[in-house]
Write a protein that binds this ligand. Structure first.
Ligand code: UT7
Length: 361
């Protein structure tokens, strides 16, 4: 009889949410926008920002500690770290080793992946491959993003947003901030983490990561990317790029929206079928949280009832790599992710990268 295969089983999860909560009305003080537009078009009501000086590795380490505690695993037991972020503390090194150091553990492999909003989903696939190939046994996966570092606001704008200055801002500053309003109203900071361990299957219902379907297509690069600052530039970054706004992401929101509402449901369905399941078998769909309207459309396309979908964009905005674990944690707290549940983690983001990972809790 051949031995039962190793499965990558989730032991615990945790999140780190920054202290500073900002509502839509605060944003309306620094740009031409309003609460009604933001809620109607995106669903976002509040988001959280870190204090200046806090980076993705700080938030990531905090989420990692929460996940380790939830898992009942000591930091030293982790034998591989995988970190997803598009806002690393530095251009290099990535956040993996910075998190390892903050956890106070010795040297071990630390891998950074950068698939933006699909980063955590790609991370799940990488963790599963590491565990099932026998390279690692107990793995920490972190998704952390500090979007406030990408927002091109002046110190004065930040003070007004945070209620430390009554304003009003001058016309030039309002105009500059309004130029990026379609982006800046959507994002927030946060981190989430999960701890996995390889376990030998027991012959009953298979637990852990059951399969994944992840894709990438550079043909859609220009609908969401940062044009300035990079290796095609010489120098990497200069003042002219910053002053012209080239270091701020460019996003064709409508094109991203259309791709998300078609590809997220399609890939989820394909993955379920590949693994011998139908939509009726799915207990919970955890989707990337870029826009509530995207997720409502995806839910309708899959004909899933509200009890089997969870959304947190209203509270946190889009936290990129942190979104899937934060949404999962909130779904679990709401009683939607019980032991034995079949959960799909589905995302789409810049690259274009998209895909889905299936897990039995
Ligand atoms: O994970 C990252 C991936 N990103 C996404 O998935 C984003 C997907 N796309 C979206 O979420 C939506 O396309 C947005 C929320 C970005 C935009 O919503 P929309 O319904 O597609 O609006 P739009 O871009 O077609 O703009 C409609 C109007 C425009 O004004 P005019 O040209 O009609 O006068 C915009 O300038 O809304 C204006 N607008 C705003 N107005 C008030 C854009 N942003 C804002 C704003 N406040 N924040």
């Amino acid at each position: 009889m051949s031995p039962s295969p190793t499965r990558t089983v989730l032991l615990g999860a945790g999140t780190a949410i920054p202290q500073v909560e900002v509502d839509n009305n605060a944003l309306a003080r620094v740009m031409d926008t309003n609460d009604e537009w933001i809620r109607e078009r995106s669903g976002v009501v509040t988001r959280f920002f870190v204090e200046p000086g806090t980076g993705s590795a700080d938030l990531g380490a905090q989420a990692a500690l929460a996940a380790l505690e939830d898992a009942g695993v000591e930091p030293e037991e982790i034998d591989y770290i995988v970190c997803a972020t598009m806002t690393p503390d530095h251009y290099f090194p990535g956040c993996g080793t910075l998190i390892q150091e903050r956890l106070g553990i010795g040297a071990r492999p630390a891998l950074d992946i950068r698939q933006q909003c699909a980063g955590f989903a790609y991370g799940l696939q990488v963790v599963d491959a590491l565990v099932r190939s026998g390279v690692a046994k107990t793995v920490l996966l972190v998704g952390a993003d500090v979007h406030s570092s990408l927002i091109p606001w002046s110190e004065r704008t930040w003070r007004v947003v945070l209620g430390k200055d009554e304003g009003p801002l001058g016309d030039d500053e309002l105009e500059w901030n309004s130029r990026f309003r379609h982006l800046t109203v959507l994002f927030g900071d946060g981190a989430g983490a999960m701890v996995f361990r390889g376990e030998i299957g027991s012959g009953g219902a298979q637990l852990g990561i059951l399969g994944s379907r992840l894709l990438g297509d550079g043909a859609h690069r220009e609908i969401l990317y940062v044009p300035g600052a990079g290796s095609t530039k010489r120098p990497w970054v200069d003042l002219a790029m910053i002053e012209s706004g080239e270091t701020v992401p460019v996003m064709d929101g409508r094109k991203v929206f259309k791709l998300a509402v078609t590809r997220m449901p399609r890939v989820t369905k394909e993955l379920l079928e590949e693994n011998g399941f139908g939509l009726d078998d799915l207990d919970l769909l955890v989707m990337h949280q870029a826009n509530l309207r995207i997720n409502e459309a995806a839910q309708r396309a899959l004909k899933l009832p509200d009890e089997r979908v969870h959304n947190v964009i209203q509270k946190y905005g889009n936290t990129t790599s942190a979104t899937l674990p934060i949404c999962f944690e909130e779904a679990r707290a709401a009683g939607k992710a019980e032991p034995g549940s079949l959960v799909a983690f589905t995302a789409l983001g810049a690259g274009l990268h998209w895909g889905s990972v299936l897990m039995r809790l």
